[in-house]
Design a protein around this ligand. Sequence first.
Ligand code: ATP
Length: 428
Amino acid sequence: VQEKRYDISDRLKLIDQQTLQLFKKAGALAEELEYNLYIVGGFVRDLLLGKANLDLDLVVEGDGIEFARRLNKELKGELDIYHEFGTAVLTLEDGMKLDVATTRVEYYSGIASLPEVELGCIQQDLFRRDFSINALAIQLNGHSFGQLVDYFNGREDLEQGVIRLLHNFSLYDDPTRIFRGLRFASRYGFKFEPRTKELIKQAVDLDVIEKLSNNRLFSKLQLGLQDKYPIKFINLLQEENILSYISPDIRWNEEKEKLATKVVDVLEWLKTLNLSFKFNEWVLYLMVLIWGMNHEQIKEFNQKFNLNKNLSYRLFFTLSFDSLSSRLKAAEDNSEIYYLLEGFAIEDLLLLLIKDFTLKDKVKLYLEELRWIDIKVSGEDIIDFGYKPGPFFQDALQAVKKAKLDGKIVNYQQEQRYLRDYIEKRGE
Ligand code: ATP
């Protein structure tokens, strides 16, 4: 393996001043301790692609923990040390985080097993990584500040938009790399280098994905769905015959892909409403992905991945979709709309619109107005009218709420009058 070095200090100087100063300080300290210091991984990849990346992974040829301690003394941040991994995380006052590790080698003894780790040099540390585009380092020492260190042709692969594994056993050592590869391919629009493509096919055909625990499998799916281009990611899962490992009941076709492209439109629309919601966009893609499964299949899916209640409900919602949609279409009164939609999560409502955007005005009415409508009268008022508490209290209050939703009454006085009339008419 031949080491190539390129001076990219000019490029490095274009990053934000704060990070640059930090690199300079760290580089000077490395000089003092006579360690070689590098920034590696995603930061380097994204720098060369002209994209920002806030994950700072430093590796030192030397004692990483000692280095982190000394650096922290200068920067006065907070230091968490993980002795068993020989790594440390340094958190600065402004929230910036630095991962510091000692360069190391990994040995895998079985498929998808945990590696044994030993100290190694930078070349070995880069060789244990997944793809050539992630196996680049930039040296930060004063004398070679800004030198790109490239052993595996990562720089050219980045320029060509190519994803290349570093060796033939890589996917057996760690099958999650398949998912990482698909994620980078979808995110950057990169292609797999032909040999890498073949290695992926072989590994998938040999069922390496079954070596992953269901928990890990789901978290890799989730990462892909949370990445920049989830649909592209799903398409790649399909192309590489991986969907069936997630569930044999998933059907992915043009129709569903089209549906998934509507997610973005609906989210844009949601922004115009100026409401603040906490919800997870990736869940919408998951809902579309599993759409079409029956009750039994969804149940199995939820159990397999041990999904929490909230997420399970969202997946089950895909079953009620059709009936809710047609009932909502027929609904005329505000109260009807309210009682149909009450209790559904925002993801459910968005899914309704993904399938049928003509329902948007009703969903908007619900989200912006109906949802917040409450009545001021209570059981106390009924007691004040001279009645003893009974089951009719609830009916009566519900009737008031319905009238309020439909705009027949507006203020407290009207609510009281409506409540009294209602009870008297019912002859309680
Ligand atoms: P992202 O932009 O998605 O965060 P990243 O490359 O920064 O991508 P990290 O998970 O932060 O991803 O990993 C940092 C670096 O560690 C990677 O660039 C890669 O060099 C290495 N790495 C991470 N996961 C693996 C893996 N499963 N196998 C080999 N190397 C890995």
